[in-house]
Every structure is written in structure tokens, then in C-alpha cells.
Design a protein around this ligand. Sequence first.
Ligand code: HEC
Length: 156
Amino acid sequence: MKRWHYLLGIPVVLILVLQLVPNELPTVENNNPGDLIGSGIVSDEVANLLKTACYDCHSNEPSYPWYAHVAPSSWLVAKDVREARQELNFSNWEDYDMLDQLGKLDDIYSEVEEGKMPLGIYTIMHPSAKLSEEQKQAIVSWAEEAMDIIAESEDE
Ligand code: HEC
């Protein structure tokens, strides 16, 4: 073998070295008593859409794909889930006070209507999470109704 052929091994070694960098994926907890879906303000249809398109980032129960366990993609997944949970965690829905819930529903409304969520990088890897126009509409209308229900329940 010619000497320079050894250079071909460099990328492999680099990738192996990357695996040594510590990276902790956010923890998974499947028992979430305060979850949005248990709270009774979401239909089965919308619950399914949120589960498919949002829960891998915005809940305590992500199902991590293989590339979440391999650097460098694992760093990106960990960061996205951490930041997504900070903004909105459906698993902790009942812990938000009324104003927070209204604010988050309003954000869901605009993010989905404008096509900003789910993140594009996610739908490339999870085509089934890509929302059709009807599916977007279903989430947007639900967010609007849920805001009314929550605001009215406070008036009583
Ligand atoms: C691949 C991970 C991922 C998925 C899937 C995902 N999100 Fe997000 N989301 C994020 C991250 C990261 C942030 C925080 C950074 C940002 O705003 O871009 C965020 C932020 C948000 C915010 C707050 C935006 C703001 O700035 O006010 C809302 C609301 C939201 N997402 C809703 C959703 C909904 C609804 C879905 C499903 C239809 C969804 N997201 C799917 C990663 C994700």
C-alpha cells in the first residue's frame, strides 16, 4: 500500500474521536401526569398530529433515532430538544399558569401557520412529521379554540 493511503483513515479517526466528547441527551420520562393530551382540551386528531410532529422535541418522551446517539448529529439533537423544552413542553402543560398556556397556544398558532414548526431539519429526517395544509389548519383552529376555552374557564 502506498504511504498516502494511510491519510484516508484520518476522517474515520476524527469521527471516532468526536464520539469521545461528552454529550448528554435530555432524559426520557414516559409518565407525565400533567401532559397536554391528558388535560382534555385536545381532540384525538390533533393529539396525534402533535405527537407525530412535535413531541420528539417538545415533550419529555422523545423517541431518539440512531443518529441522536452518534456525534456530531447527537449534539444538534440534544441542543434542539433542550431549547424546545424550554420554550414549550407539552409534558408539563398543567404546570403552566393560565397566561402561560394562552401565550404558548398563541405561539403554536403562529409557528404552525407560518410553517416554522416542526423544524425543517427534522422533517427531512421524519417525512411523516411534515404537515399538510389541512393538518396545519387543524392545529391552528384547535389552538384558537383552546385559547377561548381556557380564557372562558377563568371568567366563571
Ligand atoms: C426538531 C425539534 C422540534 C420539533 C419537531 C418541533 N419544534 Fe418547536 N421548537 C424547537 C426549538 C429548538 C425551538 C426553540 C428555538 C426556536 O424558536 O427556533 C422551538 C420553539 C417552538 C415554539 C416557540 C417559538 C417562539 O419563539 O415563540 C413553539 C410555539 C413551537 N416550537 C411549537 C412547535 C410545534 C407546535 C411543533 C409541532 C407542530 C414543533 N414546535 C415541533 C424544536 C422543535
